[in-house]
Design a protein around this ligand. Structure first.
Ligand code: ISL
Ligand code: CA
Length: 539
């Protein structure tokens, strides 16, 4: 496949509500992002995945859109958005919009007209008669039936997420045309592409209980390419919850003309009891992580392209999840960063990950904002599940963990908003020590490890293109090589808080990056300190 800019790029995800407030209302906004572009430039990223900024009643924090061509007033105006796009483009940073078109908000005019009985707009959604009660037993991802009854219409409508997020009927060509228009509207404003929210669901056939990977999914994506993307140098990232290395090429093989890359989630399921739910906790088994991540490195055909990530706005903070925030916050954060960024694929950094931000513990339903956690809590309480168990699950996996405001400095409210303003969501009290200003002043901080990893990817085609080979080591050592045009690098990580001895039949020629101040030469007798990680050139 001929090389593309997005294969050699590093993306950074911004959750706008929690990034930077600029107008003293305690809510992050577009002008706040523009003001922080120099910080992102310093980090070195190439593109921003901007979580939704469209008009929305915020039942699911912007993932319920009521107008795709208007900006949420809390975030600013269309002029602010245009300014952000221009300022970012001038710095060589592309803005990637988060397109949420599996569903709209129930406040979208299309849905309101549908509810009022307008036949044209009724066919934009999925309504079924109530003759035999619930159309079927499909459930929504946020709990309860996927069918919501509308007494005035004596009909049900379909929603895979909250009832305020009615699913669009993609079988209707008029719906697809609306989506192409929305995409063109934003491309004309100069955005660099789209992250396509839950895109694998658009081919659903609810009556046959087909949800993901429906038979028309790929034809729709090919139509999207023909109608919008052809001849444009933009990136499209499909959020594809059930994609495997074998199905990934269906989305990304350039000959099929669909998407640029997939976002896979197999590693994110490794700390839950298989085939249950995200709330059923299980300890991570590092050997399973090695297996899953390595599979994505070696089984992905050359026609496919994958993304790399530890965190996003739906996942807990990776340092709290699989690192060691209490004893080895810096070492384990850097271990995770190096391990992932030396792999093949396009890395995505989630805001604050580069600072070592952590989960925030809560113990009262009033402290929850996320609809998924609130629904889970309510349901489990109704089932008489012990509160301690519910809170353990929410504190480990809840989505609010990643959504606390960005920690910019040790000033009040972490520099996220002004001193006398209440932030929309409480700031993690550890901001006094974990913050961007502190990181920028410390040349050994996590921030500079990320900065170096980003720079290395730009300088070293081996990181982008090299072949991957997993080494057979003890369970808690994660070691692999990358080879490209006669050169081989070794990446070796102690994925544990205890010392590990290790013998590798190699001699290092050059040390590339480490998380302890060491250089490496003979590798036959190694004692790795907690989370010790290094990358060396072997030949
Ligand atoms: O959040 C999840 C698990 O906690 C995922 O199952 C998530 O619902 C799934 O990845 C889809 O996510 C996307 O669409 C949702 C939205 O709530 C998420 O924030 C978004 O990333 C509905 O639009
Ligand atoms: Ca604001």
């Amino acid at each position: 496949m001929t090389s593309k800019w997005w294969q050699q790029s590093v993306f950074y995800q911004i959750y706008p509500r929690s990034f930077q407030d600029s107008n003293h209302d305690g809510i992050g906004d577009l002008n706040g992002i523009t003001a922080r572009l120099p910080y992102l430039k310093e980090l070195g990223i190439d593109a921003i995945w901007l979580s939704p900024v469209f008009a929305s009643p915020n039942v699911d924090n912007g993932y319920d859109v009521s107008d795709y061509c208007a900006i949420m007033p809390e975030f600013g105006t269309m002029e602010d958005m245009e300014e952000l796009i221009t300022a970012a483009n001038n710095m060589g940073i592309k803005i990637i919009m988060d397109l949420v078109v599996n569903h709209t908000s129930s406040e979208h005019p299309w849905f309101k007209k549908a509810l009022a009985g307008d036949p044209h707009y009724k066919d934009y959604y999925i309504f079924r008669s109530d003759k035999k009660g619930l159309p079927n037993d499909l459930n929504s991802f946020f709990g309860g039936s996927a069918w919501e009854y509308v007494p005035e219409r004596k009909e049900y409508y379909f929603h895979l997420f909250a009832k305020e997020q009615p699913d669009l009927n993609w079988e209707n060509p008029a719906v697809r045309k609306e989506v192409w228009q929305i995409m063109n509207f934003w491309l004309q404003k100069g955005v660099g592409g789209f992250r396509l929210d839950v895109i694998e669901l658009i081919g659903k056939i609810p009556d046959q209980k087909i949800i993901g990977d429906g038979p028309l999914l790929h034809p729709y994506l090919q139509e999207m390419y023909r109608e919008v993307l052809a001849e444009k140098d933009v990136v499209t990232i499909g959020e594809t919850g059930s994609v495997t290395p074998l199905t990934a090429p269906l989305y990304t093989d350039p000959n099929r003309k669909e998407l640029s890359m997939v976002f896979q989630f197999q590693h994110m399921a490794l700390d839950e009891v298989p085939q249950t739910s995200k709330w059923n906790l299980k300890k991570l088994d590092v050997s399973e992580l090695k297996t899953v991540l390595s599979r994505w490195q070696t089984q992905l055909p050359a026609t496919a392209w994958n993304s790399l990530f530890w965190s996003n706005h739906d996942q807990p903070r990776i340092l709290s999840r699989w690192g060691n925030p209490d004893c080895y916050p810096v070492e384990s954060s850097k271990m995770l960063a190096i391990l992932l960024h030396m792999m093949k694929g396009t890395p995505f950094i989630y805001q604050g990950e580069e600072l070592g931000m952590t989960n925030q513990e809560v113990s009262d339903i009033k402290q929850l904002d996320d609809i998924e956690s609130i629904n889970y809590y309510t349901k489990e309480r109704a089932n008489n599940t012990k509160t301690a168990k519910i809170w353990q699950a929410i504190n480990t996996k809840g989505r609010d963990n990643a959504r606390t405001p960005m920690q910019w400095s040790a000033a009040q409210h972490a520099g996220f908003t002004t001193a006398n303003v209440t932030p929309w969501y409480p700031i993690n009290p550890n901001y006094t020590t974990i913050n961007a200003a502190a990181c920028l002043q410390d040349k050994n901080s996590i921030f500079y490890t990320y900065q170096k990893l980003i720079r290395l990817r730009k300088e070293q085609p081996l990181i982008v293109w090299g072949d991957y080979h997993l080494l057979n080591t003890a369970e808690t050592i994660f070691a692999y090589t990358r080879s490209y045009q006669g050169e081989t690098w070794l990446i070796c990580a102690n994925f544990s808080a205890s010392e590990q001895t290790l013998s590798l039949p190699y001699t290092a020629k050059q040390t590339i990056i480490t998380n302890y101040p060491s250089t490496y030469c003979k590798l036959e007798q190694l004692t790795l300190r907690p989370y010790e990680t290094f990358v060396v050139k072997l030949h």
